[in-house]
Write a protein that binds this ligand. Structure first.
Ligand code: G6P
Length: 610
């Protein structure tokens, strides 16, 4: 996720660029830049770090009537000056800002390189500038050059393009990444998101996938990528600026919960091929390297640790090799047994968690192959690991982690399927089933999220509970642990989350009227056993809230409340469809209890102390 803004009109364009950009800082903040018309040529100024750094750089600089700007959340290439947007071709003929991921950028870069193009950044975006520049002399108009250049591009993008030869216009296009055009009198604006524009205009055109726009001071002309003209009527925005930053939601947490289909789609993008193959183009590991691992170690904290537990479940199932999961803080001081041929995975949203970083350093000293599963590009853990697989969740602002967790599971599932295919440990039809489920995952998660109205009603009935049990078996027990962490973190509800089969060995003593038990049931083979556990709770007058698959006709008979989620052919992947319900439940309970949801008491987003 990144933020794009742009302005064309009589006002000081740089001031507007900076002001609008600041309103999009929640979309990314590792570097920023602006391209503007200096009066006789196209100028680009950009800098790593927060927008404040760019503001200092631009002190005293004036633009004439036209600027596009960008705040970056790195996906390809670390956050430094050369990788900051805008990007240009060698001659500075075009400047491009981009939000999204160009899937086939390596291929395109290679082809462009062979035709003599030289690159000055590691980004996927830069290929767009070169592709457009190549088309310019062949086309009648700059918009035609953009349209043609995009024909060979796969992936997601919202782009804004400026041209040295055409200082009267900005060309924009979108596919799978948002872009809006703000309409003014004798001036027009663009932005990734509505909040950036609210101080200037409330009349906006929302571009749709496959739209291309040509924006001048006085006009907005739209066409489809096939060249056919199209009209999109403007809409009037009535939200407050604060609500708009959260996409019209009350909190970042709910916004991020609802972003999960998109975040998972972006994470799978370029790695899960349409033909069912899996590839990690960013890793420099040969087949023999993948085959040599006899043991896998996973080290993480908090929610990332819970994703690690799901990783253990899928990796052991598919790969039939031992996987150990450690809390980072325990690993460091736990005198771990270090063995050869171990792949050590470090999972972290921020990439800065002190305990995880220290554990990573220990593993490097022991000579392990280290691999990070990290959300923040260029973070310490990402830099210090031998290899890194980035989750593409975009910035996560709410302290309680939601979309980072889903994308971590998506990466671990891809890794599990990949490792088992290179080691031949999974029957072909099981592999194919896994790939198929992953391909459908964004829409399956979206279906789970549709339960929100029902989950909210259940929260209204149960929010005053003094104690919540979260119970499941197998992979569901791990999801239950994450569900419990969510309600503990943001709603301050005390929880117990033993595997359901352990209830009778102690925790059952805590069940009494008023206590709730949230059961997660997605595994056919443990369903009958879970029925026993459910009855144990009911017999002691506990209240049961069941999350189960749509085909289950056994457990709902005993439950007080039931929410149904999609049934997956590959049960190991079910955490991705069950967790949204538990996140939504925690969110609504916290809201009803009047809690500070995005910044819960005593907690921090990134824990850089030991
Ligand atoms: C903190 C956050 C959690 C997060 C954990 C690990 O406790 O509040 O949401 O899961 O740190 O953070 P990391 O950035 O390493 O995933």
């Amino acid at each position: 996720m990144c933020g794009i803004t742009g302005y064309i009109g009589p006002r000081p364009a740089i001031e507007i660029a900076l002001d609008t950009l600041k309103r999009l800082e929640y979309r990314g903040y590792d570097s920023a830049g602006v391209a503007f018309w200096s009066g006789d040529h196209l100028e680009v100024m950009k800098r790593a770090g927060k927008i404040q750094h760019l503001t200092e750089l631009l002190n005293g600089v004036e633009a004439h009537g036209l600027a596009v700007s960008h705040t970056r959340w790195a996906t390809h290439g670390i956050p430094n000056d050369p990788n900051a947007h805008p990007h240009t071709d060698e001659n500075g003929t075009v400047a491009v800002v981009h939000n999204g991921i160009i899937e086939n950028y390596l291929e395109l870069r290679h082809e462009l390189g062979a035709r003599g193009h030289r690159f000055s950044s590691e980004t996927d975006t830069e290929v767009l500038a070169h592709l457009i520049e190549e088309q310019l002399p062949l086309c009648e108009s700059p918009e035609e050059a953009v349209r043609r250049a995009l024909q060979g591009v796969r992936g997601s993008y919202a782009i804004a393009v400026m041209f040295t030869e055409h200082p009267d216009r900005v060309v924009v296009a979108r596919h799978d990444s948002p872009l809006v055009i703000g309409l003014g009198e004798g001036e027009n604006f663009i932005a990734s998101d509505i909040p950036a524009l609210l101080p200037y205009t409330r009349r906006v055109i929302l571009l749709e996938n496959g739209d291309l726009g040509i924006i001048t001071r006085d006009s907005v002309r739209l066409m489809r990528l096939d060249g056919s003209p199209i009209e999109r009527p403007p809409v009037e925005i009535t939200w407050s600026a604060e609500a708009a930053e959260k996409g019209g939601h009350e909190h970042f947490m709910i916004k991020e919960i609802l972003e999960q289909p998109e975040a998972v789609r972006d994470t799978l993008r370029g790695r899960l091929k349409p033909n069912g193959g899996i590839a990690f183009p960013e890793l420099k590991l040969e087949l023999e390297d993948w085959q040599k691992f006899r043991r896998i170690l996973i080290v993480a904290c908090g929610t990332a640790y819970h994703a690690g537990l799901i990783g253990k479940f899928v990796l052991e199932r598919w790969l039939r090799r031992p996987v150990e999961v450690y809390y980072s803080s325990e690993f460091r001081y736990g005198d771990p047994i270090l063995q050869p041929n171990t792949l050590a995975l470090f999972i972290s949203q921020s990439g800065e968690t002190a305990d995880t970083l220290a554990a990573l350093r220990l593993c490097r000293e022991a000579g392990y192959t280290t691999m990070g599963i990290v959300n923040v590009v260029g973070s310490s853990i990402a830099r210090e690991c031998d290899h890194v697989l980035y989750t593409q969740a975009g910035p996560e602002i709410s302290v309680a982690s939601t979309k980072a967790y889903s994308t971590q599971i998506a990466v671990l599932s891809l890794l599990g399927l990949y490792l088992s295919s290179v080691n031949g440990t999974l029957p072909m039809h099981t592999y194919t089933e896994g790939v198929k489920s992953l391909m459908q995952m964004p829409s399956l998660i979206a279906r789970s999220l549709e339960t929100e109205p029902q989950v909210r009603q259940i929260a209204e009935a149960l929010y005053q509970t003094p104690l919540a049990f979260y119970l499941g078996r197998g992979v569901d027990a791990y999801v239950a642990m994450e569900g419990a962490l969510k309600i503990k973190e943001i709603a301050y509800v005390p929880t117990q989350e033993p595997p359901a089969g352990e209830m009778k060995h102690g925790p059952l003593a805590l069940i009494e009227p008023g206590v709730i038990a949230v059961f997660v049931s997605t595994q056919e083979r443990t369903r009958e056993k879970l029925l026993g556990n459910l009855k144990e709770v009911k017999a002691r007058q506990g209240t049961v809230f069941l999350v189960t698959t749509e085909d289950d006709d056994l457990l709902p008979q005993e439950a007080d409340y039931t929410v149904r989620i999609p049934r997956l052919p590959m049960e190991e992947l079910s955490p991705l469809v069950s967790i949204p319900v538990l996140q939504l439940f925690a969110y609504h309970v916290a809201r009803l209890r009047g809690c500070e949801i995005d910044q819960p008491r005593n907690l921090a987003k990134s824990v850089t102390v030991e």
